[in-house]
Design a protein around this ligand. Structure first.
Ligand code: PXP
Length: 246
């Protein structure tokens, strides 16, 4: 029986740094502390507008990360070039709109399936594991298989942002159905976006997701209690949720 892996997203450590144009706090230091606290992976999103993570961070983290480096990025030529140069362990392809506050919704894999297949193939040929960030939708999951992704990360934003218990339960059901479909089709199933220390419990309880990528809630708690404790408490919450499903 597996316990889900935790990928700690350190983007918002860089957000704090960029707010003042200082050299601190350094996401590289945060990544090392997250690993010391038990994180299984470091996740970073190099956005086209460079609003938080910088190219320097990607290069230094490639040298220093001891676990796995997961680079989230848009499907662009610029990002393909960076990924093929830096060679992260894994790339997660995400949609990106300049005006958004954070990633809104999953990638639409039905829009340009042939181009996405070619893009994913280039990454995989370089030895990079390819993950696609999608909504828990049957046609998207089937398209992910067609495209050749090894992992799908199901977008948990609608569940996490639900404003009533009924809505949360409906969204959780979609994640369960989507997770089961993806698993049956042979994909590794991850989940992410919007998780905090409470809403993670019912999702972990499903025992379907092998990996969670979590950033904002961990970095926010870290400001108050310290990075290692914030990471450890999320690892504990995931384990608690997971075991409550047995
Ligand atoms: N997974 C993906 C694909 C994301 O784009 C993000 C946000 O960068 C996350 C996980 C982490 O989301 P949050 O910061 O809300 O935990």
């Amino acid at each position: 029986m597996f316990i889900p892996r935790l990928g700690v997203n350190v983007d918002h450590v860089a957000t704090l740094r960029q707010a003042r144009g200082t050299r601190y706090p350094d996401p590289v230091t945060a990544a090392a502390m997250a690993e010391l606290a038990g994180a299984d992976q470091i996740t970073i999103h190099l956005r086209e507008d460079r609003r938080h993570i910088q190219d320097r961070d990607v290069h230094v983290l490639r040298q220093t990360v001891q676990t796995k480096l997961n680079l989230e990025m848009a499907v662009t030529e610029e990002m393909a070039g960076i990924a093929l140069e830096v060679l992260p362990d894994m790339v997660t392809l995400v949609p990106e709109k300049r005006e958004e506050r954070t990633t809104e919704g999953g990638l639409d894999l039905l829009r340009d399936t042939a181009a996405l297949t070619a893009y994913v193939t280039r990454l995989k040929d370089a030895g990079i594991v390819a993950s696609l960030f999608i909504d828990p939708d049957k046609t998207q999951i089937e398209a992910a298989v067609e495209i050749g992704a090894q992992i799908v990360e199901l977008h948990t934003g609608d569940y996490c942002d639900a404003t009533s218990e009924q809505e949360a339960l409906q969204e959780l059901e979609k994640l369960k159905t989507g997770g089961e479909q993806a698993e049956q089709l042979g994909l590794i199933v991850a989940a992410g976006h919007g998780h905090d220390y409470k809403n993670i419990l019912p999702v972990a309880k499903l025992q379907l997701f092998e990996e969670f990528n979590i950033g904002h809630s961990i970095v926010s708690r870290a400001v108050l209690v310290g990075f290692e404790r914030a990471v450890q408490e999320m690892i504990d919450a995931i384990a608690l949720g997971h075991h409550s499903g047995s």
